[in-house]
Each structure stands twice: as C-alpha cells, then as structure tokens.
Design a protein around this ligand. Structure first.
Ligand SMILES: Nc1nc2c(c(=O)[nH]1)N[C@H]1C(S)=C(S)[C@@H](COP(=O)(O)O)O[C@H]1N2
Ligand SMILES: [Mo]
Length: 196
C-alpha cells in the first residue's frame, strides 16, 4: 500500500517518535510496582512486573496517529496482548468499559470491545529494545486504531465499569472515541480556543 493511503485525513508523516505527555516522567521500582485489575471483576487481580513480563509476548507492527497531526508508520511494539491479560481475570457480565489509570493521575477511557482487538497490547518494548522511561516504561498501553492520547503511558490500573467515564483529555474536550479515520479529534472547542 502506498503511504498516502495509510495516512488519515489531516495527518502528516514523521520518522521519529515525539515525546508528549503531561507532568513528570515517573520513576520505576520493580519491588513496589503493580498492575491492578479492579472494578467489575469477581476478584481483584494484582500483577507484579515479573508476572507481566513472564506472560506470553506478542509483537505488533502498527501505524500510530497523534491528534497533534503526526503519524508514524510501522512502529514495532512488544508486550502482553490485552486479550491475553483478560485470561487472568474474571469479569462480571456488566463490564463494558475500561478506565485506564496511570502514574500521576492520567487516565483514558475505552470500550472493552476496542481493547479486545488483535492489535492492542500492554507494551514494555519499542523498536526492538526496552521502552524508554519517557515513552512509558515500564508498561504502556498501545491502541493503534485510536489517536495516540489513548495509548496511555505508565499504566498502573485497569478499572472495569458498566458505563463510560471520560479520562483526562476526554474531560478536557478531546473526542470520546478518537478514531483517526473519522477525524474524531475534539468533541467541543477547547477553553483556550474559545472567542472572548
Ligand atoms: N500517562 C500518560 N500517558 C500518555 C500521555 C500523558 O500525558 N500521560 N499523553 C498521551 C499523548 S497526548 C500522546 S500523543 C502519547 C505520546 O506518546 P509518546 O511520548 O511515546 O510518543 O502518549 C499518551 N499517553
Ligand atoms: Mo497527543
């Protein structure tokens, strides 16, 4: 496929991976780090970092699209597929949405169904080497079919919910779904963009 057909409307290609986030890069202590699966589950599940990295590893090659208009083709991620992780938790039947919780309070929301897609993973490697701290080490979500703000870095918890709840950017005017092919960038004008 020629690259133009892989670049969604309003996007342009970049060949490096820019670093974008709110707040400081968190430090990582494998002795105290955990990933918590909670909310509408039969029993809460807590993974250590060692448990996460000993689960079967998948490799995903994906095009990623940031709402700030850059796209990068063929990015290579390795980690645990979201689906694989779901084999280790018993969800209650009402669970339909997930709020992803990160260090320093960053959150993002996704339908459970979107996370069960083949190309969704919790990554700990990027471009054949361990993720760097600024790109989300020790563990980040990668959801290629949504704008990149939904690919949360420094993930510490997955909360299963019956109803949807907006995350950090979704509360601040970003689109709830964020499909790059539909240009779902913003749901309303941002406060700074409003006329005085
Ligand atoms: N925890 C956390 N994850 C985050 C963010 C953030 O501020 N905090 N920013 C998001 C945004 S807006 C983008 S574009 C991507 C950038 O990922 P990168 O720095 O690895 O390119 O991370 C996303 N994940
Ligand atoms: Mo972003």
């Amino acid at each position: 496929m020629i690259p133009e057909e892989r670049v969604p409307p309003g996007q342009h290609l970049t060949d490096h991976l820019p670093v974008l986030h709110e707040g400081p890069v968190p430090s990582f202590d494998p002795a105290t780090w955990s990933l918590r699966l909670f909310g509408l589950v039969e029993e809460k599940v807590v993974f250590s970092y060692e448990q996460i990295t000993s689960l079967p590893r998948v490799r995903v090659v994906a095009d990623i699209h940031c709402v700030t208009t850059w796209s990068k083709l063929d990015t290579v991620w390795e980690g645990v597929s979201f689906r694989q992780l779901m084999n280790h938790v018993r969800l209650l039947p009402q669970a339909r949405y997930v709020l992803v919780h990160c260090e320093h309070g960053y959150t993002t929301n996704l339908p459970l169904e979107a996370l069960m897609d083949d190309d969704v993973l919790l990554a700990y490697r990027y471009d054949e080497v361990p993720l760097t701290p600024e790109h989300g080490y020790p563990l980040r979500l990668v959801v290629p079919k949504r704008y990149f703000w939904k690919s949360a870095k420094w993930v510490r918890g997955l909360e299963f919910m019956s109803g949807d709840r907006p995350g950090f950017w979704e509360q601040r005017g970003y689109h709830n779904e964020g499909d790059p092919w539909r240009e779902e960038r913003y749901s309303r004008s941002l406060p700074t963009a409003r006329p005085k």
